[in-house]
Design a protein around this ligand. Structure first.
Ligand code: FAD
Ligand code: NAP
Length: 337
């Protein structure tokens, strides 16, 4: 077997919260063959398997008594180019942001709003990553995954992935598929998505912004607002923005005229979870090393030695409080193990 399996490995460097739990067994998969061999090894040793990418959407609450397989495959290729629409394929282990930068360097637009999201290409379909009005479903051209039940490869179309807001078929069926590579349909002439106020404001001085300009603007906004996991452990937004009935949003607004809410196509309202948490007084809260970021209430942070359990308990307190005050249920976004 080409991949090296190590035992009792700390996962601290492999999750953006910086939580120090151990994997019973750990290996990096650099190719399809590595994935197959590691799955066969786990089968022969009767070990469960947890596949991870960059670990930027995980909350690890205990030692993982499994073989943790970190996707570390690399490779980016152009599959087709009709002069306008260009299909690009990237291996699961490619780091997301450098991949986005590579597409922009080729003059290809489509992924610019998703700049500076941590993690890997292979994890991007898991929760249909999104930011500033764009989700990967908007440029998705297919993916190849290995079925752990049958050992067969399958190509997934957009419909097969059943993408939704921070959700997908894969997130709803955890553990069955190993995503090996993902394809994106990009364009030399794509229209820009400038609906989000801060992005539009940041580009106000540029008469005809390009996709690269949008990426630069978004990177600078994100660097100002979000803690860098290399300096302060976090997993980005800890809760999804709840979508509630217009009636409930109306009732909350009567009590809280400043409510931040966005109408959805079906008449429901998407509430800014960060606003609810901030109104409930949690912004900047700290208990030991588990806390709520002082600039962005949607981000839970690890000041150093917080355990996953402590962060989970803090999250549950916030959920209970927001439910009691506003009648709104907050759903966790990171994957809990
Ligand atoms: P991991 O955290 O390693 O894994 C996430 C899940 O996917 C796990 O359940 C894992 O088992 C599974 N998985 C990973 N790779 C594979 C694979 N190849 N095959 C099968 N299953 C797999 N998310 C957004 O949507 N929008 C944002 O704007 C955003 N901003 C963020 C900002 C910060 C500072 C941070 C820390 C996080 C942010 N996130 C955001 C969350 C996170 O970056 C994304 O969800 C990212 O796609 C996770 O990638 P990862 O490789 O780190 O996945
Ligand atoms: P923000 O600009 O403070 O806005 C708060 C929320 O309001 C956002 O989450 C966004 O929802 C929603 N929103 C703002 N303008 C909107 C518009 N014109 N139309 C519809 N909805 C709008 O948000 P932020 O926290 O700085 O994040 C900016 C973007 O990056 C958001 O898209 C956010 O999802 C994304 N982000 C995600 C993560 C993560 O871990 N998932 C982390 C950081 C940033 P949406 O979330 O639905 O876009």
């Amino acid at each position: 077997m080409s991949a090296k399996v190590e035992s009792q490995v700390s996962l601290k460097p492999y999750n953006s919260f910086g939580i120090d739990v151990k994997a019973g067994y750990f290996a990096q998969a650099r190719s399809d063959d590595d994935v197959r061999q590691l799955l066969a090894y786990a089968g022969s040793e009767d070990l469960p398997v947890l596949v991870i990418g960059g670990g930027s959407n995980l909350l690890l609450t205990r030692d993982i008594s499994a073989l943790v397989v970190r996707m570390s495959s690399s490779g980016i290729r152009l599959l087709s180019d009709d002069g306008q629409r260009v299909v690009v394929e990237a291996e699961a282990g490619e780091p997301w942001h450098p991949f986005v930068q590579w597409t922009l360097e080729q003059g290809l637009g489509g992924l610019e709003n998703l700049s500076l999201i941590p993690g890997t290409v292979g994890a991007a379909p898991m929760q249909n990553i999104g930011a500033y009005g764009v989700e990967i479903k908007d440029v998705f051209a297919g993916l190849t995954a290995l079925d752990r039940q049958t050992g067969e490869l399958r190509d997934f179309t957009l419909e097969d992935c059943d993408f939704a807001y921070r959700d997908s078929y894969f997130k709803r069926n955890p553990g069955r598929w190993v995503i090996l590579r993902v394809r994106f349909a990009l364009s030399r002439t794509a229209a820009l998505h400038l609906d989000y106020g801060p992005v539009r404001q940041r580009l106000a001085d540029i008469a005809e912004p390009t996709a690269k300009d949008v990426s630069v603007a978004i990177c600078s906004i994100r660097r100002e607002k979000l803690p860098d996991p290399a300096e302060l452990g976090n997993a980005g937004s800890f809760f999804k923005n709840p979508v509630v009935s217009a009636e409930l949003a109306g009732r909350i607004r009567e009590q809280h005229p400043g409510l931040v809410a966005y109408p959805q196509a079906d008449g429901e309202m998407k509430l800014a979870a960060g606003w609810l948490i901030e109104q409930a007084g949690w912004k900047g809260y700290r208990d030991g090393d588990a806390g709520v970021h002082r600039m962005q209430a949607l981000v839970l942070v690890n000041y150093g030695q917080a355990s996953g359990e402590q962060l989970h308990e803090l999250a549950q307190k916030i959920q209970d409080d927001v439910l009691e005050r506003f009648g709104v249920e907050l759903e966790m976004e990171p994957n809990l193990y």
